[in-house]
Design a protein around this ligand. Sequence first.
Ligand SMILES: [Fe+2]
Ligand SMILES: [Fe+2]
Length: 303
Amino acid sequence: MTTAYSYQETLQVSEKSNWRVEDLIGGDKRLDFTRPFLPESLARLESMDFLTNEEKILLNQIRGYGYLYTFGMVEEFILPFVLDHARPQLNADDYQTRALLRFAGEEAKHIHLFNRFAAEFKQGFVTYCETIGPPEEIGRAVLSHDPLGVALVILQIEWMTQMHYLDSVRDDDVLDPQFKSLLRHHWMEEAQHTKLDTLMVQALADKSTPAEIEKGFDDYAAIGALIDGGLQQQLEFDLQAFQRAAGRELNEREQERFRSVQRQALRWTYLGSGMTHPNFLATVGELNPAARTRIEKMAEAFC
Ligand SMILES: [Fe+2]
Ligand SMILES: [Fe+2]
């Protein structure tokens, strides 16, 4: 497998972006609870015509909190994975070592960033929002899979953040500026992670037999199913949080509609948007053309 990316170039670009968590949240930088946090393409609220405009903002913000929590959670398994990948080859190449350690350092910063925003949300939102987890348990379950499978899931997540920002956040002027700033700063650094993760996938694939690569794809699918199971649980938590926030119980028909729209919204946000990213599929196709076809087929359920 070949890739045009290099550790040296990625390190140099990454060193140019040097924001701090404190520059994005805290002091007079507060969330604006009169505005939506997520773009419509991820929140998918337009068709939920049984909700008032105020209720749509509440549900959008609940989904925004879920975004902070879910990304914080996935970064908690990305961080040890990158460190474990870097550790055995610290002497191999100076640029590689520095680029991978910087990658890990940025993910540690992102965990901190998402936690700070989540704390700010909890302070300002009308009700408590339950979330799946705990993150350590989900992280352990993910990391128990084949490293190539885990690296593919991480690659998908990195490309996903690119798609979220470029396709639907960058030009949305209705979003809360602070939340938008989080998504923009995250996108900036994740752009380098997409390249480093492609290099990690390449390194793992290069030392694998075709049968081991098959196993990597099986484990990739198993982790996807694990995440999807978590999203089904999160859907129920979001429904409960919404009813508490809105101060009314949805009737049976409304609940059914809520579940069917939001189930797909969650799936698209955390699975489909990454699985269908052309650059992710290109890497997969180069490793194994049949796996690409299989993933494209799987993605239909998550769009
Ligand atoms: Fe990140
Ligand atoms: Fe990342």
